[in-house]
Write a protein that binds this ligand. Structure first.
Ligand code: KG4
Ligand code: ZN
Length: 458
């Protein structure tokens, strides 16, 4: 039988990734461009920077994924993309790209839930792994215990009531001066420490609960460090890391294994960035061995964000007919099990046309266009304005990243007023500024693709 080939795209947080996956199980290519180095300076992901970096990386990443797979876009049976949960701006980059590719190549568009993707990483790790099983999903934004009854059929047994496990790792890492993302750093430092050195609390909540709470242990670590500082006592960072990690891992292990035993499902899978943790993997392996539970855990590179897992989950969506139209939107807080296929079935291309028509006839846009054309009649001025806009844009980026110079700011403001002395430029700028309102309106409707088409000429 012919392979079902899926090109998958993932851009929900700080990794721009693309992969080609055959039949949901075999990875032909898996390319990731990480932005971690960029976000490190801020100690966490800066959404605006993430979106911009996705835009820069996405074409290259997709080209490389196709090239490495030895296939072409035409060979694909579908294009899949993460549609939520995640950062809205970051998700939209992947979604717009996937829509454009699917539309251009005439392929079905498959929306994928990011967490379902994490769970599906197990199908890649173990070619015969299939539902039913229990899965501990522990990532930067989520901590869930899920009963996977069938492909696409989930029952959430428990979840965190406050911080996600990965979030606790990242926050504790920050107070230990470990750079973002903290999980791998704590994992490494903990290897040099004593996990029994400090008795941090294990928050188990009600006796039969599968829910988690990690904000308490985070505060306990911060209090411990503050107390030591106040008393002028030296802190063994490795002991703190190891003891914190042991407390988190104990709770994750106990609840996961209890969930398997109580649900009568003796198969446990791990998923999400935190399952790359060496201590958690070992702890769960030992407990599973003790109770005769079969265990599956993806390779660390498949635990953290990647597109291969999206390609795997997409296969099961695709064969179940879960196809989206070009009106697919981003869903930043999509719940596990929720589908993001719009109920609306009207002709979305017609809708896009109508909106772009509306923009073309929008009085502000018409004025702006006329002012711009007018500006073009004075090539010297036009060039000066374009140059000014470019420098201004670069300056704004630099300012966000705190590497701007005040000389440049002074120069730009002088240049701005000089340019404004020219009537043509004044009209252009005035209209340009009121256009921002229009941009926002369109962005609110998540029709960036349409907007980009319309303004591509500028
Ligand atoms: O699944 P993921 O890559 O992104 C989300 O969907 O959130 O998870 C990222 C999280 C971060 O909090 C990171 O610190 C954590 O996974 N992480 C780890 C390890 N590797 C990544 N936590 C503990 N130990 C690790 N080795
Ligand atoms: Zn993730």
């Amino acid at each position: 039988m012919k392979d079902v080939l899926i090109l998958a795209i993932e851009s929900s947080c700080d990794e721009t990734a693309a992969a080609v996956v055959a039949n949901g199980r075999r990875v032909l290519s898996n390319v990731i461009s990480s932005q971690i180095a960029l976000h490190k300076v801020y100690g966490g992901v800066v959404p605006e920077i993430a979106s911009r970096e996705h835009i820069k990386a996405i074409d290259k990443v997709i080209d490389e994924a196709l090239l490495k797979s030895g296939k072409t876009l035409e060979d694909m049976d579908a294009v899949a993309v993460t549609c939520g949960p995640g950062l809205v701006g970051a998700l939209l980059v992947g979604i717009s790209e996937a829509k454009a590719l699917a539309f251009a190549a005439g392929k079905p568009l498959v929306p994928v839930h990011h967490i379902e993707g994490h769970i599906a990483a197990n199908y890649i790790e173990n070619a015969v792994w299939k539902p039913p099983f229990i899965c501990l999903v522990a990532s930067g934004g989520h901590t869930h215990l899920v009963h996977i009854k069938d492909y696409g059929s989930f029952e959430i047994m428990g979840k965190t009531r406050d911080d996600a496990a990965g979030e606790a790792y990242d926050k504790v890492a920050r107070v230990l001066d470990i750079p973002y993302p903290g999980g791998p750093g704590i994992d490494a430092l903990a290897k040099e420490g004593d996990p029994d050195a400090i008795a941090f609390p294990r928050v188990r909540l009600e006796a039969d609960s599968y829910d988690f709470s990690f904000s308490g242990i985070k505060s306990a670590v911060i209090n411990y460090l503050n107390n030591a500082k106040r008393k002028g006592e030296e802190v063994n960072r490795a002991d703190v890391a190891a003891s914190f990690q042991k407390a988190v891992v104990d709770v994750l292990t106990e609840k996961s294994v209890r969930a398997c035993r109580n649900a009568g499902v003796n198969r446990l899978a791990l998923a999400g960035g935190v399952s790359a943790n060496s201590c958690l993997r070992e702890s769960i392996r030992l407990e599973c061995e003790k109770y005769g539970i079969e265990m599956c855990v993806p390779a660390p590179s498949l635990c953290t964000d990647n597109a291969a897992m999206i390609g795997s989950a997409a296969y099961y969506e695709f064969i179940n007919g879960n196809i989206a139209g070009p009106d697919l939107n981003a869903y930043p807080s999509l719940k596990l099990g929720e589908k993001c296929i719009n109920k609306k079935t009207d002709d979305v291309l017609g809708l896009a046309d109508a909106i772009s028509d509306k923009i073309m006839n929008n009085t502000e846009y018409v004025r702006y266009k006329a002012a711009m054309d007018n500006l073009k009649n004075t090539p010297e001025l036009y060039e000066r304005v374009q140059n000014f806009k470019k420098r201004m844009f670069e300056f704004m980026l630099a300012r966000q990243e705190n590497r701007h110079t005040f000389d440049e700011e002074k120069y730009l403001s002088q240049e701005y007023f000089k340019i404004l002395l020219n009537e043509d430029a004044k009209i252009y700028f005035e209209n340009g500024l009121s256009l921002i309102k229009l941009f926002e309106e369109i962005l609110n409707r998540a029709l960036c693709k349409c907007m980009l088409d319309v303004f591509a000429g500028d």
